[in-house]
Design a protein around this ligand. Structure first.
Ligand SMILES: NC(=O)c1ccc[n+]([C@@H]2O[C@H](COP(=O)([O-])OP(=O)(O)OC[C@H]3O[C@@H](n4cnc5c(N)ncnc54)[C@H](OP(=O)(O)O)[C@@H]3O)[C@@H](O)[C@H]2O)c1
Length: 263
């Protein structure tokens, strides 16, 4: 009934290039179908960090929970992805910038026929993104919104150079978001949150993998959980795929959607 699964120790300082390569193997997306009958459904992975007691923020941001190993995993997950999905409020709060090409992974990305860096897709119903938010004008950023978004915000962001795509009437429909990703050939999707976006992905049942970094910290207070969703609770089974630890006490878990065989 019980098995002892020893976690793999990650020692980032030893040989950075080798560690990055090893991590990229651990976190590889499933292979793309060679000749799909129709557009392949994107594989959706989310990456979140929390404290031992489940807090996703300290003083309103996740940065205080991170560490060097966590930054390395974050970097590798980006290097594997076609697109980074992020809620607009997280992008603005956390000061997101356009993902830039990572030399360490340039050859691998080319071999997988990926662009040098993942695209950035921001979700927002309200379009309350500052007009001068730097990634907006980048050709590799899209804003996924809905038809009911305020017209004044829509034109202000369009004037700022943003590419806006409607994904539903009154809400940003996650299944339509997946269709937009598939149409653009973005089948390796990485959600970096926040909790509301992860909640929407889980509620729509499109989440395939969840990577959770447990920070060796206790936070207390009233910080939220990694999934923020006000719908009904719903039990979904996941299967542990890997456990990695680092010298600083962080634990990196990768959970994948459980199949009927896992029951
Ligand atoms: N620990 C971690 O790993 C982690 C990761 C990311 C963020 N965070 C923290 O989480 C906090 C933000 O939490 P949050 O829950 O507000 O983050 P969030 O998921 O980024 O918030 C939702 C944002 O997504 C937009 N959105 C649009 N359509 C959506 C849809 N269908 N479903 C869900 N969201 C949609 C909302 O835009 P509109 O308001 O315009 O509708 C809103 O800006 C920040 O303090 C951030 O630092 C922690």
């Amino acid at each position: 009934m019980f098995g002892l699964q020893k976690a793999t120790q990650l020692t980032p300082a030893d040989d950075e290039a080798a560690t990055l390569r090893w991590l990229a193997e651990q976190y590889a997306y499933p292979p793309r179908p060679s000749s799909p009958p129709c557009l392949p459904r994107p594989c959706v992975r989310a990456n979140m960090v929390s404290s031992i007691d489940g807090a996703v923020t300290v003083d309103g941001r996740s940065g205080g929970l991170g560490g060097p190993g966590d930054k390395m995993v974050f970097r590798v997950l980006r290097a594997l992805a076609d697109v980074v999905l992020v809620g607009a409020s997280t992008a603005v709060t956390e000061g997101y910038r356009q993902p830039s090409p990572d030399d360490a992974f340039a050859t691998d990305r080319e071999a997988r026929e990926q662009s040098p860096a993942p695209a950035l897709a921001l979700l927002s119903r309200s379009l309350s993104i500052p007009d001068d938010y730097p990634p907006l004008a980048n050709a590799d950023t899209i804003v996924l919104t809905c038809e009911s978004a305020p017209a004044d915000r829509r034109s202000a962001l369009a004037d700022a150079g943003a590419t806006l795509i409607d994904c539903g009437a009154d809400t940003v429909d996650v299944h339509t978001v997946m269709d937009v990703c598939a149409e653009r050939g973005w089948i390796r999707v990485l959600s970096e949150g926040g909790p509301s976006l992860l909640g929407a992905l889980v509620a729509a049942d499109v989440l395939d993998e969840l990577c959770v970094t447990t920070s060796p910290t206790l936070v207390g207070g009233d910080a939220g959980r990694i999934i923020g969703h006000d719908g009904p609770a719903d039990l979904r089974r996941m299967r542990p795929e890997s456990f990695i630890t680092d010298d600083d006490g962080f634990v990196f878990t990768r959970w994948v959607r459980a199949s009927a065989d896992d029951a």
